[in-house]
Design a protein around this ligand. Sequence first.
Ligand SMILES: CC(C)(COP(=O)(O)OP(=O)(O)OC[C@H]1O[C@@H](n2cnc3c(N)ncnc32)[C@H](O)[C@@H]1OP(=O)(O)O)[C@@H](O)C(=O)NCCC(=O)NCCS
Length: 173
Amino acid sequence: MAQSPVFIRDCRGHEAQVAEMIRAAFKARFGRGDEEVAIVQELRRAGCVVAELTALEDGEPVAHAMFSRVAAEPSSLRAAALGPVCVRVDRQRRGIGDSLIRAGLADCRKAGIEAVIVLGDAYYRRFGFRAELLCGIACAFAGEHLQGLELLPGAFAGVRSLAYAPAFQDAAG
Ligand SMILES: CC(C)(COP(=O)(O)OP(=O)(O)OC[C@H]1O[C@@H](n2cnc3c(N)ncnc32)[C@H](O)[C@@H]1OP(=O)(O)O)[C@@H](O)C(=O)NCCC(=O)NCCS
């Protein structure tokens, strides 16, 4: 039986394998994964990373999660966006995504992040993400799939807008 993965925060030396895993995981689910790889690379290049975690099993990446800077109005809110996040196709549904995301949220909290957003489906409810929290807040990706989590209770109160890092807009074309 495989051991629990080890989570690392510095994935230098594993970038190529991480990129390949991201591409394959998104391709398996959505038919393509090049955009997600490009987003991760651009977030690193632009210095927009709040937290980046890679899960390794026997030295091989099996999961990856990115948390990036979000610009809010008012700018006093310290917010981050979760994503892209993925688990290697052959390691999915074993709780790895769950523990990696929880570890990333703990890193965000330690970094002083007060609120996190994610563009995703019902999977994220288990962490407390709720679309309702973002009602009335402007965002280029606003809609039922955009969900928020308050690490500091009430963090979204009075927030007018949230903007993902430019890497996401570039990828969306
Ligand atoms: C989504 C993903 C990160 C979840 O990681 P994981 O390690 O496979 O998931 P976990 O083991 O933590 O959790 C699995 C549970 O989540 C549930 N789950 C998985 N995807 C779900 C979804 N889209 N909606 C609701 N529940 C979901 C499963 O039913 C499972 O529940 P169970 O344990 O009761 O059977 C992973 O499956 C993945 O990489 N998918 C492809 C890429 C992707 O979709 N990334 C996210 C884009 S928003």
